[in-house]
Design a protein around this ligand. Structure first.
Ligand SMILES: Nc1nc2c(ncn2[C@@H]2O[C@H](COP(=O)(O)OP(=O)(O)OP(=O)(O)O)[C@@H](O)[C@H]2O)c(=O)[nH]1
Length: 387
């Protein structure tokens, strides 16, 4: 048998060894053997194009194409898909459904069953007035029609609840084009008010997405100048959906001047809608009135406020109603946005707040996700809370 030394003495041996060495280096990579530090290696051994994987090449090509095209924005979810998803979410919370069903399924209702029914409606924040009206009609009808079937009683309750939610109310946002002071077309202005933490900025962001999905050109104004972070938050929403945000970089800047500039900018940009986010941190009613009054006056130098949306947190119950009352007194509220309905077993607040203010709930927030907001639909709402 040929020894290793005999093999080495043959000239072809060097070719074979060279090929073996090249194969080992290709397998482990040169860096595996190199003692050079990383910086030096980076400068000198840039990964050659032929060693790139297909995936890396695709990624690079995508990035280059994106750079050439300009910034990419998120596409908001379409309305039908959002509504289906959000209805399912509301139904899952089974606000009233389970409790009511357990009472109604007892058939012939005793006095204590009726009381339990009443307590369930009150616990869902339906309010005393609405609960009384529903209970009175329900008891009468059940007696007159001798109803003892749970499904029939539930159908009757559905009718009575729907009556309380007021399905015939116009819940469309008024976003019709306006005329500016010089006769030019001006954007519809939407003023968003409410105490801090209820979800105003989130509402402005989510609503911007809905409007963009409908093909509207939107400008946002960050008139919550108490916190720089609030303007940053709004800007992030704007950037995600490709909407311009007018803001001041100075914390504590005059909110009215930001609102004024936002309207000017929106008019020059021929935007359809300008939405103004305001601050909720105000010590008393008169300072709130002063600030919101001033913001409204400056907006009206350039266009009309077509909607003043009051944002309320559904989980705050009676507290929310007290806030609602104060805001209704200082701002001409035209619609309510009820947020955090996803985390609340108190869907009845829709009824009590509408009764309290005499204005409709126009939008509901059902989660923290960017597309977790939907126009309020009375029938779908009643069906989902009844389960
Ligand atoms: N679960 C849930 N959370 C929500 C909803 N809407 C808003 N939030 C959350 O509520 C918190 C407060 O929201 P913001 O939009 O910052 O509230 P704000 O009223 O602008 O607050 P300030 O800027 O402090 O006045 C955030 O964590 C939001 O993600 C909703 O519909 N459901």
């Amino acid at each position: 048998m040929q020894s290793f030394y005999d093999f080495l003495s043959q000239p072809e041996a060097y070719g074979t060894i060279g090929a073996l060495l090249a194969a080992v280096l290709a397998y482990f990579g040169w860096d595996h053997f190199s003692k050079k530090d990383q910086t030096e290696t980076d400068e000198t051994t840039i990964a050659p194009a032929e060693l790139e994987t297909d995936q890396e090449r695709d990624l690079e090509a995508g990035e280059e194409a994106a750079e050439a095209e300009g910034p990419r924005f998120e596409t908001p979810e379409s309305l039908p898909s959002r509504m289906t998803r959000l209805r399912a979410r509301l139904a899952k919370s089974g606000v009233l459904g389970k409790a009511l069903l357990s009472v109604l399924s007892r058939g012939d209702l005793s006095e204590s069953d009726w009381e339990e029914l009443e307590e369930t409606l009150l616990a869902a924040d339906l309010g005393l007035e609405a609960t009384d009206q529903i209970m009175e009609k329900l008891r009468t009808e059940v007696k007159v029609r001798s109803l003892d079937d749970a499904d029939q009683i539930k159908a009757l309750l559905r009718e009575l609840l729907l009556e309380q939610v007021n399905p015939q109310w116009d819940r469309q946002l008024n976003l019709s084009p306006q005329t500016g002071p010089d006769g030019q077309t001006a954007p519809a202005a939407v003023l968003v008010v409410g105490v801090n933490g209820v979800g105003k900025t989130t509402t402005v962001g989510k609503l911007a997405r809905i409007l963009v999905a409908e093909g509207k050109n939107v400008v946002l104004g960050a008139a919550d100048t108490f916190r720089a972070a609030a303007a940053d938050q709004l800007q992030t929403w704007g950037e995600r959906v490709g909407v311009e945000v007018v803001r001041s970089d100075r914390e504590g800047a005059d909110p009215a001047s930001v609102a004024f500039e936002a309207v000017q900018h929106a008019t020059n940009a021929t935007a359809d809608v300008v939405m103004i986010d305001t601050a909720g941190r105000l010590h008393n009613k008169s300072s709130l009135m002063d600030q919101l009054g001033k913001i409204r006056r400056v907006i009206e130098k350039g266009t009309q406020v077509t909607e003043t949306l009051l944002v309320l947190d559904a989980t705050t119950g009676q507290n929310g109603l007290i806030q609602a009352r104060v805001f209704a007194e200082v701002a001409k509220v035209t619609g309510i946005v009820l947020t955090k309905l996803d985390g609340s077993a108190k869907g009845g607040i829709v009824v009590s707040v509408q009764k309290e203010l005499g204005v409709p709930v126009k939008l509901v927030g059902l989660g923290e996700g960017a597309d977790d907001m939907a126009p309020f639909d009375a029938e779908a709402f009643v069906d989902s809370i009844l389960g």
